[in-house]
Write a protein that binds this ligand. Structure first.
Ligand code: GLA
Length: 718
């Protein structure tokens, strides 16, 4: 009997090798000093595979829960039996071939346990890797299968890992929704049977997210245990939560095994995406703050990793496809007046794209709209002292395009079938990222345009789910590899483009947050959170997104009122307050602002600059859940504890209004603070109080007449 333990001062994870050589899961949670012998023995000696806690589990050996992998052998059977061979601890974290993953800035930040198992009949090896980060409750893990045998095998399922917990009295929080309704948190109890969340769309999707939180029944934002699971992957994923007949809970996440069949020739291998597990015994909020710090420090890369992000204006909701050089310059001049730092030209500047049914793939300038070309526009915008950003949707091809005339075979489609026109999917087809020619083409044409357009920022969009699944470059027996190969191809493309243009800030987008996942954040350090820019809808979307992703990565813009997605009328003030929870900007025709609106926008921009570091690099506290009640509230505290920003938004007013108090978090009990209510984006009334008071009795919130009211306070430690 041998124990393999990962332990630091925040978390502990144990597995053991039992008498039959199987890898048994023992413990995951608080960093307790010791596991009692009796506990270890009873789990290690468990003889029923169906109630055993496993580190990985196959079908066909007596465990009737969902397996974490399935390998079909040349005799057609799917029974494999992986037995412990060796393990080692290394003082580093190797990267994952072709896949994004967390990295260590230096080797003191973590250590890795690698365990090797073998199925003796097939000769297939399974390598399980677990990196424990130093002093933080984070374990990142993945699995690699290597065919060291002489027969060709087929991997039909390979999830990134299992967590088998010996209890079932938990709730899960999933983040689900749809287009413009991304990542709404849903909390529900787990029960005997299975929860199965997945994407079959070719992208991680709006509908589901590869992020799941498992919590104890009494866990809240500020108290109790929470296990956060997030997959570093941007394609089809699956999350399985299963409660079995013995009240054990199994959680698994990984590449969706639906339409997945990977050929493993002798000598070849397959690596699963990385699975990030964050533990907290101080509530859900602490779990999120650990994710935020981790992603800021060990996931985001490049020049912009640490840089405060520019405040931008984007012309999409201002003009849609109907713009020209002068119109963009008029918006840019207003932006400059208001202190905004970047002008982004969205969709419609290329080919002959006057609506969304043409020209994707034709990444050359539409001279009707920009007669002097993109360089002139960039020069004029730069001349104002603004940065210049440009929209692309490189993974797509319109049937009405020069590119489609030349290369119809580059579009994903089923051989010998006319590709369907799916008008609801924007009259466009998806380019086949498994094809190296396609990727080379995109690296060249997008790269050329970045240079020609002197582009400082790219919005990299992706606006449809995949259908008509078929690749011309894959052999018939490899079509089951398509979805994963698409993502591997995409990652290769992103790595090449972003490393060849290190001075460009990239923001990813998939009709808003359809691919807001850590896989994309590894290449592009910010994401457009949602196409829904309504301040009240955004309360839910941003709350859910903040479960794992830091504000610096979360694009949030002020748009016009009535809002274009829901028709809601809200004040410019509330729109500003909500957008200031993230990476701030405007998505509105600034030339149409009234003088009063312009005056307020100038103050908003200058105020956001003063709190930008606090928001983008500070600690976030979710104070009130809009999803749970009618008010949303959150707070950012600077890392040195000297400053904080508190925002409260009330949706609908009540008659004979009750008094509400907002309890704060993250302050020092015995420190004295000055609290200033912002009025019209300028400092208003202020008072002094100890941190203890602010966290126990808090701030009085508005009970004024009227819907959609917000308040903002700045807090300074004295
Ligand atoms: C997607 C994006 C929007 C905008 C449009 C342009 O929907 O999410 O922000 O860029 O495409 O077509």
């Amino acid at each position: 009997m041998q124990l393999l333990t990962l332990k630091n001062n925040k978390v502990r994870y144990d597995m053991g090798i039992n008498k039959t050589g199987h890898l048994i899961h023992l413990y995951y949670g608080d960093p307790i000093e010791e596991l009692p012998e009796e506990y270890i023995e009873s789990h290690m000696d468990e003889i029923n595979p169906d109630s055993q806690l496993h580190e990985m589990s196959a079908f066909g050996l007596g465990d009737y829960r969902s397996p974490s992998y399935q390998i079909r052998l040349d005799n057609g059977t799917v029974v494999t039996d992986f037995i412990y061979k060796s393990h080692r601890y290394i003082e580093e974290k190797p990267g994952l071939e072709g896949l994004p993953s967390l990295y260590l800035n230096d080797n003191s930040e973590g250590k890795t346990l690698e365990v090797e198992l073998e199925d003796s009949y097939s000769g297939v090896i399974m390598k399980l890797s677990y990196t424990l980060f130093t002093n933080i409750p984070v374990i990142a893990r993945h699995v690699k299968v290597v065919n060291k045998g002489s027969m060709k095998v087929h991997c039909e399922k390979l999830l990134s890992g299992i967590v088998d917990l010996p209890r079932a009295d938990y709730d899960v929080i999933q983040l689900s929704g749809g287009w413009s309704r991304e990542k709404k948190p849903y909390r529900r109890p787990i029960m005997p049977g299975k929860i199965h969340l997945d994407s079959k769309r070719g992208l991680s999707s709006h509908a589901q997210t590869p992020m799941l939180t498992l919590v104890e029944k009494h866990t809240t934002e500020t108290n109790g245990r929470a296990y956060g699971f997030n997959l570093v992957y941007s394609g089809n994923f699956v999350t399985e939560v299963e409660v079995d007949a013995f009240d054990r809970t199994r959680i698994m996440m990984g590449i969706n095994d639906f339409h997945f069949n990977w050929n493993l020739e002798p000598g070849s291998s397959l690596t699963s995406p990385e699975w990030v597990m964050v533990y907290s015994n101080e509530g859900i909020g602490q779990m999120s703050r650990t994710f935020h710090d981790l992603y800021r420090k060990n996931l985001l890369r490049g020049k912009f990793k640490e840089e405060l992000r520019p405040i931008l204006v984007n012309n999409w909701e201002a003009t849609y496809f109907n713009f020209n050089h002068d119109k963009i310059m008029a918006i840019a001049r207003e932006a400059k007046d208001m202190g905004i730092e970047m002008m982004v030209l969205d969709d419609g500047w290329f080919g002959h794209r006057d609506s969304d049914n043409s020209s994707l793939g034709d990444w050359f300038v539409d001279k009707r709209k920009l007669p002097d070309g993109i360089t002139k526009l960039a020069d004029d915008i730069h001349g104002l002292g603004l940065k210049f950003g440009l929209w692309f949707e490189p993974e797509m091809i319109s049937r009405d395009s020069e590119l489609y005339k030349k290369h119809p075979e580059w579009a994903i489609h089923v051989p010998h079938r006319e590709p369907g026109d799916h008008p609801f999917q924007r009259w466009q087809m998806v380019l086949d990222m498994t094809n190296t020619e396609v990727r080379d083409y995109l690296v060249r044409v997008v790269g050329d345009m970045l240079i020609e357009g002197k582009v400082d920022y790219v919005k990299w969009d992706m606006n449809r789910s995949q259908s008509d699944i078929g690749s011309q470059t894959l052999a018939p027996e490899a079509q089951g590899e398509f979805f994963h190969r698409y993502i591997l191809g995409l990652y290769d493309l992103l790595e090449r483009i972003t490393s060849q243009h290190p001075d460009v800030l990239f923001e990813s987008c998939a009709s808003g947050g359809g691919r807001f996942d850590p896989g994309m954040l590894y290449y592009m350090p910010q994401t457009w959170t949602s196409d829904d820019t309504d301040a009240i809808e955004r309360l839910t979307i941003q709350e859910g997104t903040s479960m794992a992703y830091p504000a610096i990565s979360m694009g949030a813009h002020v748009s016009c009122s009535p809002n274009h997605q829901v028709g809601r009328v809200t004040s410019l003030e509330v729109r500003g307050h909500v957008a200031m929870a993230g990476n701030y900007g405007y998505e509105v025709d600034l030339t149409k602002f009234t003088p009063e609106e312009k005056a307020l926008a100038i103050k908003q921009v200058s105020f956001y600059k003063s709190v930008r570091e606090l928001v983008q690099k500070g600690d976030q506290y979710r104070l009130l859940s809009y999803t749970a009640g009618g008010c949303g509230a959150w707070m950012y505290v600077s890392k040195d504890g000297s400053k904080a920003l508190v925002t409260h938004v009330r949706s609908l007013a009540k008659p004979y209004a009750p008094y509400g108090r907002l309890l704060l978090g993250g302050l020092e009990s015995d420190a004295m603070y000055e609290i200033t209510l912002m009025e019209n984006q300028e400092p208003g009334q202020s008072f002094k109080a100890f941190g203890e008071f602010l966290m126990v009795l808090g701030l009085e919130v508005t009970n004024k007449f009227g819907d959609f009211l917000s308040q903002q306070w700045t807090i300074t430690k004295l």
